[in-house]
Write a protein that binds this ligand. Structure first.
Ligand SMILES: [Fe+2]
Ligand SMILES: [Fe+2]
Length: 223
């Protein structure tokens, strides 16, 4: 069968997909902000909600410039990321550890969006739509800034707070002092292994990969 799909077809489909994704994020971000304990994290999520509403408006503008109606196509990728985030909010009590989980989920969404807008900006240029490329590139920069802001908040205290809140809980559980010391020693020994699965350590790993991802996206050809 002859493939008659054009780049322009793909571009429209991807715009429909990300329009659906951005609209889902407009609904999810207020829930994430409400679940956050850190006032700085709440502010960052609320600021990004305002930007996300603008992202929706820019895609609608792109459809206008293409002389097409702004239809949507289910964005299964962001839908899955949002669903995982909302499960984390349901499953964990409010506090620093949930804040670290909210950051982790938020960064997954930002990385997804960075990939999408990098591609779409390049495709808009290839199609000779510099006007649309400029719109999408503004969004791309805001997604990168949002990702960096989340890294900054994680590293400026939320990961550490999540780590110490876990320590406090472990101490509360120990009844006998001798037992507590023994438990601490064991915890120190187990720490390294267990740390790999903890929210704090995984966020550190994630933030490092965020930095790596950032430099990859800078070096990407689609920029
Ligand atoms: Fe966005
Ligand atoms: Fe975003």
């Amino acid at each position: 069968m002859k493939d008659t799909t054009t780049l322009r077809d793909l571009f429209t489909e991807e715009l429909q997909d990300i329009l659906h994704g951005e609209r889902q994020l407009v609904k999810a971000l207020p829930k994430m902000a409400k679940a956050a304990t850190s006032p700085d994290l709440r502010d960052a999520l609320q600021n990004h909600l305002a930007e996300t509403e603008e992202h929706v408006a820019r895609i609608e503008q792109a459809f206008d410039l293409l002389d097409e109606s702004a239809k949507t196509k289910v964005c299964a990728g962001l839908q899955g990321i949002i669903e995982e985030g909302s499960n984390a909010i349901k499953e964990h009590d409010k506090g620093a550890a949930l804040d670290a989980a909210i950051i982790a989920g938020g960064q997954r969404a930002e990385h997804y969006e960075i990939a999408v807008y990098g591609t779409l900006t390049a495709w808009a240029k290839a199609l000779g739509h510099d006007d649309i490329a400029a719109l999408l590139s503004d969004t791309l920069e805001e997604e990168k800034a949002a990702d960096e802001k989340l890294t900054e908040l994680a590293e400026a205290g939320i990961n550490d707070a999540a780590q110490s809140s876990r320590g406090a809980n472990a101490e509360d559980e120990g009844e006998d002092e001798g037992e507590e010391d023994e438990e601490r020693e064991q915890a120190a020994g187990r720490g390294n292994g267990r740390e790999m699965a903890s929210a704090g350590a995984s966020s550190r790993g994630r933030n490092r990969s965020t930095q790596g991802q950032k430099s990859n996206s800078k070096g990407r050809s689609q920029k």
